[in-house]
Design a protein around this ligand. Structure first.
Ligand SMILES: Cc1cc2nc3c(=O)[nH]c(=O)nc-3n(C[C@H](O)[C@H](O)[C@H](O)COP(=O)(O)O)c2cc1C
Ligand SMILES: [Mn+2]
Length: 459
């Protein structure tokens, strides 16, 4: 398995997994790429798109890389079904990186007054966006006490040729590291890696404890040590095979307007005072390829975020209740859990574990194993027929959640709701589900009873 963006793109172009299109017609960074992504999604398509000509820019743009589970699975060398388990395993078996002295990402080094972020084809996606955004950057930073790395995706608003607005959620790790430095009155050094293999993306989005090291998890996903190189102007290492790296620092005690931005919740977040990254250097490969992730409620954001989320839920919830069989993040802040209930009380134990597993979780539903959790109609049927609200729903008021939830109180204070939609006391003792006997279903052929059945089939 490769670990860089180019090897990934090559594999996808060769296999065509999930669809791959090179587009030679010129596109505008203002709304046009997001219009094309939106129209394809309306047709239920999420192919990888390679825009060769971008108005006013020399760099090509690639979007939708991680929008398709099959594509991510293939890049990680597993089947779609095995993906959650594979990511879950990587959490348990981290592999540290190795340092290399020369790296493709430093073939070209731009420093000081030469730095010009406006040369990057950053996008404006929606009518509400306050400016062009870089969305596919993995932000690397180090805890000042332990030196441990943290990786996360953070939206970056291009403000000036060397300044970016950054949004870092309260309660997430980058925010915690930044506040540590700010309390000491010192800037936080960061590096932003753009153009990354899916192993980097999925690992960077690993949900876990503060001390859990995303780089190790990415190594675990790859199955061998990653190659990293020292930055030119900050004390950080970055992926040697990245397309583009921005090096800089987040200044302490400085907040400027950032936003508005159309978020993955489907809502535009209002402009607010957020920290600022001062970019000191840009390094890149020869003829770099610019990666973009379409902002807003698009498939790519949802797919890439839910893969590591589900893997984390699985490891935490199965740790507490081994009879949990599968999980599905079905909507923002919403989880469905499939349970083969053996003992009373297990549904609630699973719910408690789920809420401890991820800050963002707001609504969680447990269903019996006879419900296909990919089928929301069946999940609603279970809720309709197996739940009595006063008995089966509990609410934890005013806990920390996501500030991107438009119904939340300031800084993301939310109510958490757990729903036990399992049959009580057990599926075996609950009202039986009616079905036509299997033997009869197998025996009956519609053609024997309805002569022109084939007409019906075509309709
Ligand atoms: C495309 C994309 C953009 C994201 N943008 C942000 C962002 O602007 N701010 C933020 O706090 N989290 C953002 N996230 C979510 C974080 O990257 C994610 O929660 C991560 O696991 C946080 O890691 P940490 O807790 O180690 O800091 C984004 C995720 C994706 C997939
Ligand atoms: Mn982290």
């Amino acid at each position: 398995m490769g670990e860089d963006f180019r090897s990934f793109l090559k594999e996808m172009e060769e296999t065509g997994e999930g669809g791959f299109f090179r587009i030679s017609k010129e596109v505008d960074t203002r709304y046009e790429v997001s219009a094309i992504v939106t129209k394809l999604e309306q047709a239920r398509q999420v192919p990888l798109l390679w825009f060769e000509k971008v108005k006013g820019h020399t760099l090509p743009v690639v979007v939708n890389c991680y929008a398709d589970r099959g594509r991510v699975a293939r890049a990680l060398g597993v089947s779609k079904r095995a993906l959650n388990q594979r990511v879950s395993q990587a959490y348990q078996h981290p592999i540290p990186p190795v340092e290399v002295s020369r790296a493709p990402v430093q073939e070209v080094v731009i420093q000081g007054t030469e730095v010009d972020l406006k040369k990057l084809p950053a996008m404006i996606y929606h009518n509400t966006d306050g400016g062009p955004y870089i969305t596919a950057g993995i932000v690397l930073a180090k805890d000042p006490d332990t030196g441990d790395y943290n990786l996360s995706y953070n939206r970056l608003m291009v403000k000036e040729k060397d300044r970016l607005g950054i949004f870092a959620t309260v309660g997430k790790h980058l925010n915690a590291i930044y506040s540590k430095m700010e309390e000491r009155g010192k800037p936080l050094e960061v590096a932003v890696s753009i153009g990354n293999h899916p192993a980097w993306a999925i690992g960077a989005l690993a949900i876990g404890a503060y001390h859990e090291n995303e780089i190790g998890i990415i190594g675990g996903l790859k199955g061998s040590p990653l190659e990293m190189v020292k930055c030119k102007t900050v004390e950080l290492m970055v992926p040697a095979g990245a397309e583009i790296v921005l090096e800089g620092e987040i200044e302490p005690n400085l907040r400027e307007e950032e936003g508005p931005f159309g978020e993955f919740t489907g809502y535009a977040i209002r402009s607010a005072k957020n920290p600022v990254v001062r970019v000191k250097a840009i390094t890149h490969r020869q003829s770099p390829i610019y990666q973009d992730i379409c902002g807003g409620q698009h498939r790519e954001h949802l797919t890439m975020a839910t893969i590591p989320m589900e893997a984390n839920y699985l490891r935490v919830i199965q740790g507490a209740v081994p009879e949990v069989e599968a999980v599905r993040v079905a909507a923002p802040f919403t989880l469905i859990i499939s349970l083969r209930k053996k003992y009373e009380g297990q549904a609630r134990s699973a719910l408690l574990a789920a809420f401890s597993a991820d800050l963002y979780l707001k609504h969680a539903i447990v269903v019996d194993h006879d419900i296909d959790i990919a089928d929301l109609q069946r999940v609603l049927w279970a809720m309709a027929t197996r739940v009595q609200a006063s008995r089966d729903i509990f609410i934890i008021p005013r806990a920390r959640g996501s500030s991107l939830d438009p119904s939340a109180e300031p800084l993301g204070v939310v109510d958490k709701m757990g729903i036990d939609a399992t049959a009580k006391p057990s599926l075996e003792r609950f009202s039986p589900v009616n079905r036509v006997p299997n033997e009869v279903m197998d025996r009956i052929k519609l053609e024997d009873y309805i002569s022109n059945f084939s007409v019906l089939k075509k309709a």
